[in-house]
Design a protein around this ligand. Structure first.
Ligand code: ADP
Length: 475
């Protein structure tokens, strides 16, 4: 039996702010289908987790978590869902707050979580051989697992889901949080700061990231957010494994959030479009090409590019655009202004809403994802499932999953452009519209999309190989 413990900060169906939650919610399900794999997940017990789930949890035990001069209390809860065991760590001070992230002490909150995981390991009815930590929030768990060794020979995997977010704190927090010999400081510090992501990268036995292209990109200063020297140093241990999605869950034939279920039918998709147009106050017209974005409203997602061309697009093309997301004030303000001026053509919902997201995937013709960088991206994969055509910039996982449609060869499952340039985006949107209005080409593109599916099957296999290789090293 290979026992793996996932350490992460979000996971569907309990709590989600982005793609990380989708991955943590679906990858264990795929892994346990492999012979002799047992995968469990440990998460913070946020106040934000709906009572529907909290009510099903079983209290396990409570323990102290040493954090420098602090001695915090934590409680451990468990829940089994779809054959996977979940552990939740509660602490009123750190996790009884609104939302998930965005607090001045986020660094400390997840250092606490990582430290609490070390204590929890003594109380679990499960002995992991591998601790698989995800993103900066779990980076310190890797470092502590290697230094404290709560379980002898515990091997560690650290997965980078987005290197932009690193969990930075003043370097003197090292002494504040950890009662560790000074010799360890170098493994935690980067550019004068305490850095959770660097700590994970430095200490992990194996490093993975969520697409082969991103695994290469982050060795380059343009994409590395300053961490390329470490990734270059550790390049033999860095592997890109493409994310998948749960194709059972994201299935337009079964999705209970959408009104008109469908498999391939363009007509039924248009029925969903009309319902969405009504809901969002857009002009009702099933033939009008509808572009959507469902995203965190941050620079990474290419919003500056969109900003440069949005009015030109709305003026010159007979299209509709709907955006669902929350994020930076700069973009929320700008898009609200556009929504005010183009009510028939442009709809904006500044919220996180899983149901509306699914209805939008089901209704749209195109999904815009002109990202500056994109470690993997799940939205383009979900779009393919709902027969919505992705328009992406060729970066990271977008490059690995979307092949541009070519009228000559009839190949391709979307549209793409290479340079981070607003007019290249505009041109590709116009090219996509020319395909939309040409039945033969559109039918060919739809057929190609029907054939492209990104489930976890192959990638789960790759992770199993990573775990097996690590266990062999250990023996
Ligand atoms: P990232 O993880 O960088 O945010 P991904 O494309 O990997 O981007 O994953 C985003 C996930 O979050 C997708 O499942 C997407 O549908 C979902 N999502 C993003 N914003 C919202 C929102 N405002 N409401 C509902 N779902 C959202």
């Amino acid at each position: 039996m290979k026992n793996v413990l996932f350490v992460a900060s979000e996971c569907t169906p309990f709590i989600k702010t982005g793609g990380l939650a989708d991955v943590i919610g679906s990858l264990p399900q795929a892994l346990i289908k492999h012979e002799k794999m047992e995968v469990r997940v440990i998460l913070p017990l946020y106040d934000e987790i709906p009572s529907k789930w909290r009510d099903q949890m079983t209290y396990q035990t409570s323990f102290h978590v040493p954090l420098g001069w602090r001695n915090q209390e934590a409680s451990l809860y468990t829940l089994e869902h779809n054959n996977v065991f979940y552990y939740f760590i509660s602490n009123d001070y750190y996790f009884t707050r609104k939302g998930v992230y965005g607090y001045y002490d986020d660094g400390e909150r997840f250092v606490f979580f990582s430290r609490a995981v070390m204590e929890a390991l003594q109380h679990l009815d499960f002995t992991p051989e591998i601790l698989h930590a995800h993103d900066w929030q779990a980076g310190m768990a890797v470092a502590l697992a290697k230094i404290i060794q709560p379980i002898p020979n515990l091997q560690t995997v650290f997965t980078i889901h987005n290197i932009k977010y690193q969990g930075l704190m003043p370097h003197d927090m090292f002494d504040e949080f950890f009662s560790l010999p000074r010799e360890h400081f170098a493994g935690f510090e980067w550019n004068g700061m305490l850095n959770c992501m660097k700590s994970g990268l430095f200490h992990a036995d194996k490093i993975t990231t969520v697409s082969p292209t991103y695994a290469e990109e982050i060795k380059d200063p343009y994409y590395s957010e300053g961490l390329h020297p470490i990734l270059l140093e550790r390049s033999d241990d860095v592997l890109g494994v493409l994310n998948g999605i749960d194709t059972d869950d994201y299935n337009p034939l079964k999705d209970s959030y959408i009104e008109v279920n469908y498999r391939h039918s363009r007509i039924k998709k248009k029925e969903n479009k009309v319902l969405l147009q009504e809901k969002l106050g857009l002009a009702i017209d099933p033939e009008k090409p509808l572009f959507i974005m469902i995203t965190r409203l941050v620079e990474q997602k290419g919003l500056h590019l969109l900003q440069c061309i949005l009015e030109e697009l709305l003026h010159q093309e007979d299209i509709q655009i709907a955006i669902l997301g929350t994020g930076d004030q700069e973009f929320e303000g700008y898009l609200s202004h556009i929504a005010y001026h183009y009510p028939d053509k442009f709809a904006l919902r500044l919220m996180f809403d899983e149901g509306l997201a699914r209805q939008m995937y089901a209704s749209a013709d195109f999904f815009l994802m002109p990202s500056q960088f994109e470690p993997c991206g799940l939205a383009q994969l979900i779009s393919l499932q709902y027969k919505t055509v992705p328009i992406v910039r060729e970066t990271g996982g977008l490059k690995d999953t979307i092949t541009p449609f070519n009228k000559e060869t009839s190949k391709g499952n979307g549209f793409s452009f290479s340079n981070y340039n607003a007019h290249d985006l505009l041109n590709v949107i116009r090219y996509a519209l020319s395909v939309y209005y040409d039945n033969d080409n559109w039918n060919q593109l739809s057929k190609n999309i029907n054939k492209s599916q990104f489930s976890w099957k192959e990638s789960a296999h790759e992770y199993v190989s990573v775990y097996r290789a690590l266990s062999e090293v250990k023996v």
